[in-house]
Design a protein around this ligand. Structure first.
Ligand code: SF4
Length: 421
């Protein structure tokens, strides 16, 4: 989870966060969420030689639980000793038997070597028999502690087996690296990983293709039409709309769109949108100077690559980076923490050595261009994100982040064990 504090909200008194420490021979990595939780709680990590999944498991945890019961039983027995009844002796023997069991747990938890639990229990029971009275021994014999410990041991063994079986073979060889061994990341890779690391794994590590949706096919068509239009600008103003429409109609046929209701709706919307696009372009101040311009630069050890749909030069000499969108329009406020255009602006500086003070999304179907807000620490934010995502991928941290909204649009939901509907 992003927000570690939400994990513990139902807890009334305290919260135990635990992680499995790997064996000495393998690398023992702590996830960044674990680090965040540790820092947020201002807590120290405690190392236990047991598997601590919850307060009722493991010898130490059982010892702590029983210790409470012993204190309670002592208190009750003490009260009865001050006002003796017929069954006071029974309660006193019971309290002593609980105390002997506490001793047993302490002995088992501290036993040296790898003696199997069953044998260790038997050995301690033999010693306790020498000190317990017949009444206390009867209480010990009636107790279910031994079978509880043996069952827990069995469960623990099974769980470790399951964990071991779940360990995946390393995906090291399949991570998307360049020839120089560095990771290669694009803006969409970052967005994919941040949305759901498991989805990233399916798409970029396993390379399982996704069926392009009608929206995606339509988006590609519009990108191609606009690229070609600006590469071969019309000779006169009067030719502009005709040329744009002609490129679109040709592309529409070639891309294999049919005549379903959805497709025809897209076509009608596109025709209207391209007309508005042209009207806007005729009077635009900026002039496209690069189309589909590629970039490649390094952040830390990673390559960051991509291409910008269009770069305009404005009358004041400034550059504007433009990304075409055919999806739902977002407002400036919704783009407050936008990563893609912030990354493009950093790319312009690092890879092309130009400063672009503005980055905008051109919502073609709405004929509206929306600039993404810029902040002084944008570059730092992008670099931090690249490093975090890179660390996650190299560490093969592909934990799913399911949610009904995200999984509902995910092509991998049929094969994903974590999908939420
Ligand atoms: S279905 Fe959900 S959890 Fe699974 S990969 Fe897709 S987004 Fe992630």
């Amino acid at each position: 989870p992003h927000d570690w504090s939400r994990i513990g909200w139902p807890a009334r008194q305290g919260l135990v966060l635990s992680r499995l420490q790997r064996g000495e021979e393998s690398e023992d990595r702590r996830s960044r969420y674990y680090e965040q939780a540790l820092a947020g709680a201002e807590a120290e990590e405690e190392v236990h030689d047991e598997e601590l999944f919850g307060p009722a498991e493991g010898l130490h945890a059982t010892y702590r639980t029983l210790r409470e019961q012993v204190l309670e039983a002592s208190w009750r027995a003490g009260r009865e000793l001050s006002e003796p009844r017929l069954d006071t002796a029974i309660d006193v023997n019971r309290a002593i038997a609980r105390y002997l069991e506490l001793l047993k747990l302490a002995a088992l938890a501290q036993r040296p070597g790898d003696e199997p639990t069953a044998e260790a229990i038997e050995a301690v029971n033999g010693l306790l028999r020498q000190v317990a009275t017949p009444e206390q021994q009867a209480e010990l014999d009636a107790s279910s502690l031994d079978s509880y410990l043996l069952d827990s041991e069995h469960e623990r063994g099974r769980r470790l087996e399951l964990i071991a079986a779940r360990e995946e073979p390393s995906l090291e060889a399949f991570l998307p690296r360049r020839g120089d061994g560095r990771l290669s990341l694009s803006a969409s890779d970052l967005s994919l990983y941040l949305t759901c690391p498991l989805k990233y794994k399916f798409a970029r590590v396993f390379g399982i293709p996704q069926e392009p949706t009608i929206n995606q096919r339509f988006g590609i068509l519009i990108h191609n039409v606009l690229e070609r239009f600006h590469k071969e600008p019309p000779e006169s103003d009067g030719d502009g709309l005709r040329q744009l429409t002609s490129l679109f109609e040709t592309g529409w046929r070639r891309t294999g769109f049919g005549s379903t209701d959805d497709e025809l709706q897209f076509r009608d919307r596109a025709r209207d949108a391209l007309r508005l696009y042209w009207e806007r372009e005729r009077v635009a101040e900026g002039v496209p100077v690069w189309l589909e311009r590629k970039f490649d630069f390094k952040v830390g050890d990673h390559h960051v690559r991509g291409r910008v749909d269009r770069v305009d030069r404005r009358p004041d000499g400034d550059y504007e980076l433009i990304d075409y969108k055919t999806g739902e329009r977002k407002t400036e406020a919704e783009l407050e923490n936008d990563l893609q255009l912030a990354l493009y602006r950093l790319a312009a500086r690092e890879a092309w050595e130009i400063e672009a003070s503005t980055g905008s999304y051109y919502y073609v179907l709405d004929a509206d261009k929306v600039p993404a807000p810029t902040k002084p620490d944008d570059a730092e934010r992008v670099e931090r994100t690249v490093l975090e995502v890179g660390e996650g991928i190299l560490g093969q941290d592909f934990e799913p982040r399911p949610s009904p909204t995200v999984c509902g649009w995910c092509d991998y939901r049929l094969i994903c064990p974590a999908a939420e509907s």
